[in-house]
Design a binder for this molecule. Structure first.
Ligand code: ARG
Length: 621
């Protein structure tokens, strides 16, 4: 709940809710505080505003003679008079018809920035998800099919959500709902059998390139009647639990699994637990039986279907959810009905999240709705969300493909980004930095930057929109790119080196440590053994305020399941830092200690945001 979250906005809301409770006249319902951050272009107005007065006045009018207020402004005045004593708010004023502007105490912002250095950035994590179990279904590629850019998006977005939930106190179960079941396995097994008879093993290239293998099997299925026949029979024996068929199925899945894990290693995605479609097989007959018996599903043309509420087989333009095909087989929808039930009943998830392209929205709406009608899901108790995302487009505005029209292989996409970064970084290293970085360092930086750029490009836009994949754009030095942000972080880290608070050797330690923190010579930043930030300039205040807003940004990210909020925040942080650094001298000023603390605090928050996006930090330019 908002009560125990350290988010500033929640603390402000609580104060206003207390005031509202005292002000709302009898006969008017309890009011939730409407508090919003003030656009920082109007920083002079304050940090937050409370907008309850106007609406509340509107309600009070109905009281007629019993309305204690003459105007919305009078309501605002009453709210302010009832505001409990607190250490959070420095000043308030009423603007226009009754907007309440709130300015927070500088000392609170200063202490927050300082504590990040002494207590670690985890101290500032919001507590809204503490003790919650969150199940995130992401990546979820299909066996023997290409893992395409859509799966890359699912992996990157899902991973970022998993990291953010974890940081906010949730216990996360990350599930890889691999497409490892279905009728295609009949032909795959038969084809594998034939290959083996011809002396080929599973590590043979003709088998390990499963996409090609799938194409071959499909071609034979379409052309050879005898093969088609065998493939069909094989599906039945496999589904009947035949040991030998299951062993071959397992073998094919293993080949895919190896390919997938190469991608996960590269992307530093390592909390995913594989729980493929096949896991739910034992639950499918029961799932359909229950849906039929409670009347949520009906038989139609030999199939078992769930029609939208109030619709039936005689209605036009309705696409029912098919839970059992006329041949008796189960499909994607049945598996997902079993999955939602299992995740609620057995796994006891408080929040369930499914990450796929928006093209699957109807599927998710369909089985969410069926689960609700079957009373397997109570929306009051469990939050269930489909996190849909848009397409990745090529620079021609069409679906992202290679020149020859094939889908782009993930590995080659990442390799290309890294190689471009390598060129840029070595050039800068030679031209601007006199070759300060070693060969290894350049390669390491290129890897971090290349992967970072791909991930960031994927995360920075509102997820539901399509985005154009462009190396040139994602590698720009200025603007909202990973390259800009990685350099921004490196610049902050280098100031600490320049001031003698950190040394170059410390950078290596930081790279290898779990939290990425640079070991600091604390004597150079503590005053009488204490970390103290003094706010003396507006740029210092703006930076400290933004830092203190980390928790509310994270709550927002999870409420809307929008990792691009983290990108926005991080980009703004870099900009606030840059104004601070331009206006406030750090090294050599009488505020040196306080300002170095602000630098380190900024660096830590930057690093945490990068980490939540799945991006490693750079410490050198
Ligand atoms: N395998 C599916 C695909 O490639 C994605 C599965 C998503 N998860 C789920 N529970 N439906 O499109």
């Amino acid at each position: 709940s908002a009560m125990d979250s350290p988010a500033l906005i929640s603390a402000v809301k609580e104060l206003f809710e207390e005031a509202l409770a005292a002000v709302v006249p009898a006969g008017i319902p309890t009011q939730l505080a409407m508090v919003a951050p003030t656009d920082q272009k109007n920083a002079q107005l304050g940090d937050y505003q409370c907008n309850n007065a106007m609406a509340l006045f509107g309600m009070c009018k109905k009281l007629g003679a019993d309305n204690p207020f003459k105007s919305p402004r009078a309501v605002a005045e009453a709210i302010l008079a009832a505001l409990p004593e607190n250490e959070l708010i420095k000043k308030t004023d009423i603007a226009g018809p009754g907007f309440i502007n709130v300015t927070l105490n500088d000392s609170l912002l200063a202490t927050t920035a300082a504590r990040i250095v002494t207590d670690g950035v985890a101290w500032l994590a919001p507590t809204s998800r503490k003790g919650k179990k969150v199940i995130i279904d992401y990546s979820s590629p299909n066996v023997a099919k290409e893992m395409h850019v859509g799966h890359l998006r699912s992996t990157i977005i899902g991973e970022s959500l998993a990291r953010t939930y974890t940081f906010c106190g949730a216990s996360v179960l990350a599930l890889n709902h691999v497409g490892d079941w279905g009728t295609q396995f009949g032909m795959l097994i038969e084809h594998l059998n034939d290959q083996k008879a011809a002396g080929k093993a599973t590590d043979d290239e003709s088998v390990s390139d499963l996409t090609a293998f799938y194409k071959q099997a499909k071609a034979r299925f379409d052309e050879e009647d005898e093969f088609k026949d065998r493939a069909r029979k094989r599906v039945t024996t496999l589904q009947g639990g035949d040991k030998e068929s299951l062993r071959m199925w397992q073998e094919i899945c293993d080949v895919s699994r190896k390919e997938f894990s190469k991608v996960y290693d590269r992307l530093d995605v390592n909390r995913l637990e594989e729980r493929g479609e096949s896991f739910y097989n034992p639950f499918l007959p029961e799932t359909v039986k229950e849906l039929l018996s409670i009347g949520v599903a009906i038989e139609s043309d030999g199939a078992v279907c769930v029609f939208p509420e109030g619709k039936g087989p005689d209605d036009e333009n309705v696409a029912p959810l098919i839970v059992r095909k006329s041949d008796g087989g189960f499909g994607y929808a049945t598996t997902d009905l079993a999955s939602i039930r299992h995740r609620i009943d057995v796994e006891k998830g408080d929040e369930l999240v499914y990450v796929t392209d928006v093209g699957q929205s109807l599927h998710f709406q369909g089985f969410f709705d069926a689960a609700k009608r079957a009373k397997w899901w109570d929306p009051e108790k469990t939050r269930v969300e489909h996190v849909g995302f848009g397409l990745v487009l090529g620079e021609d505005g069409k679906r992202f493909r290679t020149r020859s029209g094939d889908t782009v292989k993930l590995a080659s996409l990442l390799d290309e980004a890294v190689s471009r970064c390598h060129d840029n970084i070595s050039q800068r290293n030679e031209e601007a930095y006199g070759g300060k970085m070693s060969k290894d360092e350049v390669s390491e930086a290129a890897r971090i930057m290349g992967y970072g750029a791909c991930k960031y490009a994927d995360l920075k836009n509102n997820r539901t929109s399509n985005y154009v994949f462009s190396y040139d754009r994602m590698l720009e030095l200025k603007g909202n790119t990973a390259v800009y942000l990685l350099y921004a972080h490196a610049r902050v880290a280098q100031i600490l080196v320049k001031a003698g608070v950190a040394d170059e050797a410390g950078m290596k330690v930081a790279l290898e440590s779990a939290d990425g923190n640079i070991p600091l010579n604390m004597d150079k930043i503590l005053e009488d053994g204490k970390a103290v930030v003094h706010i003396t300039a507006p740029q210092e205040r703006a930076l400290a305020l933004h830092i203190a807003r980390l928790p509310e940004m994270l709550d927002d990210t999870l409420d809307g399941l929008n990792p691009h909020r983290i990108c926005e925040y991080l980009y703004e942080l870099a900009n606030f830092y840059s104004s601070f650094y331009t206006e406030c001298r750090v090294v050599g000023s009488d505020q040196q200690k306080s300002r170095l603390l602000l630098c380190e605090s900024t660096a830590r928050v930057m690093r945490k945001c990068l980490d939540l996006l799945g991006i490693e930090a750079l410490y050198r330019l």
